[in-house]
Design a protein around this ligand. Sequence first.
Ligand code: PMP
Length: 457
Amino acid sequence: MTTIPARNSTREWQALDRAHVHPFTDHAALHKVGPRVIARAEGTYLYDSEGEKLLDAFAGLWCVNVGYGRKSIAEAAYKQILELPYYNTFFKTTHPPAAELSRTLVDMTPEHFTHVFYGQSGSDANDTIVRMVKSYWNLKKQPKKKTIISRINAYHGSTMVAASLGGMSYMHELADLPLPGFVHIRQPYWYGEAGDLNPQDFGRLCAKALEDKILELGAENVAAFIGEPIQGAGGVIIPPQNYWPEIQKICKKYEILLIADEVICGFGRTGYWFASEYYGIEADFMTLAKGITSGYIPLSAIMVSGRVAEVLTGMGDFAHGFTYSGHPVACAVAIENIRILKDEKLVERVHSETGPYLTKKMQEFLNHPLVGEVRNLGLMGAIELVKDKKTRQTFDPVGDAGTICRDHCFKLGLVMRATRDTMLISPPLTWTKADIDEWAGLAKQALDLTAKDLGVA
Ligand code: PMP
């Protein structure tokens, strides 16, 4: 019943891709090899257009939390399309899926969140938060409070505002970013940047960088601080335990709004429904996307705290919204996806069974000559490849080892992502111990082949 033309040829799809489409790409480099065409998926496996099977240790792009091929999600979408495929929530109207999902989200997120605003992506959700933050301070009659502090190597999306919030210099260079009013402080990357400091001292130092920046700019000019509880795209950077409590204290002390970008961490990835719970973060805003629908359909949600919502909802017209804010089909899919996560106790499983098991299996990699550090929280982990384990010396140029290893993974039938020379894992939350064993076997082979290529014994 598919309406996609049955071309049945990898070459033809590659040609269409080459001619018309492809995000986040060095086009010249891609055209030399051509993209792999992923044709279908089931459970935790992808199948390409040549029929090859791949173990997806990256849940698509950190998002397919309930795994592929869920019929009940397809049925929820189908039913909703027949019932009400579209209606807006602009002009004094709403519809059951948006209203129901909002209640579900308010009930499942930390208690102080009372309101929800919907978008289509993590990027537009973060854009929206920036508009809300600025409106908030205008309404509080502190119109100078406008600068937003983020971190180097953070990822918050690809629109002009979201990429300004992000701290990826190569993304800034592309389009004269960051926009005015966005500044960045150091990241809490212990393995890469702490030198001789223990995690506690380093956590304190990185949090102090926020206080220093606030004092430099003047608290009266600073609107908000944004951070991913655990940086994802930056390399699964898990901050020292004292970092977030210190950040929280500083935000309170200087009256700075706190934004927790949970686009990756949310919906069970870390073994907690939200990583804010693990770190005791009480943010004013929480950005949600990806796992909210397990990627089956685009949807993002911004959770707004009661104290901020009270100000914003009292302002008259908040002239902001998207045609697809709270899209009924996306909300119906989210409701079913959350039901699956709950009924199958997937978050609990990650917390008490598969997360700790992944830790154990990853620790075994520490004996490998290439591996300098392993770290994970729940099913979100990183393996650092280094030239010298004792000195933590990186390869030169940084990134080649990661690319070599990622390519070996692909050839072995495993999808992992490389950020610099760090191999990242973020599988569906449906993974069992047996899936982790299969992953560990393939990853070990990829590491061995990479070590051989790099001449490391
Ligand atoms: N925030 C974080 C933490 C992300 O990881 C991402 C995407 N990887 C985004 C925001 C942007 O989301 P999207 O790609 O849906 O715009």
